[in-house]
Design a protein around this ligand. Sequence first.
Ligand code: PRP
Length: 213
Amino acid sequence: MKPLRIALTKGRLEKNTVELFERIGLDCYHVKNKGRRLILPIGGGEIEVVLAKAADVITYVENGVCDLGVVGKDTILENGSSFFELLDLGFGKCRFALAGKKGEDFFKGHRVKTIASKYPKVTRTYFESIGMDVKIIKIEGSVELAPLLGLSDAIVDIVETGTTLKENGLEVIRDILPVSARLIANTASLKLRKAEIENLADRMEEEIHSREE
Ligand code: PRP
């Protein structure tokens, strides 16, 4: 039988997931000693790990070339459409927030405000929900620069410790949504490989909850 293929978001979510896999007894030697390899077996080879960028994890799962994926809720909200969200993994916790220059009243005046974000869809949904018309500019990274350079009035971004905002003279104006890592599944895989997927997801869930108690 083909190994169950799971795409992990490279970096911190990958490390947290590998730790979780080890706690449920899966041998992760090859992933931990991967060098530059991107596809690695874990356990006794019954599972294959694929290392990808966050948005690509979703693409591989949606197209069925990976059965499962681990990706942040932020990426899901911005890019996701047709897959199944199985489990909140409880790590990779941060939040979406609207932020701007410290001490400035963002809501003052009637001029249409400009918002910079790596997450234009999340930004649009948020401002629609509060009935406010804004102009959105897509930025690829270090979005904190946009208000500092005068490109935007504020940003919508993920905030974890708040250090990046603080060190750049910015502050949270409104919290928008909590974010954490999720286990997602391809919808066809979920039918065809139900037992294997449920077994793995159950073991992961049990281990996560045992740590919470
Ligand atoms: C993220 C986010 C913030 C920062 C928040 O950026 O976009 O810039 O982390 O973390 P903090 O609240 O703990 O300071 P990332 O490191 O992913 O880099 P990027 O901005 O280049 O995407």
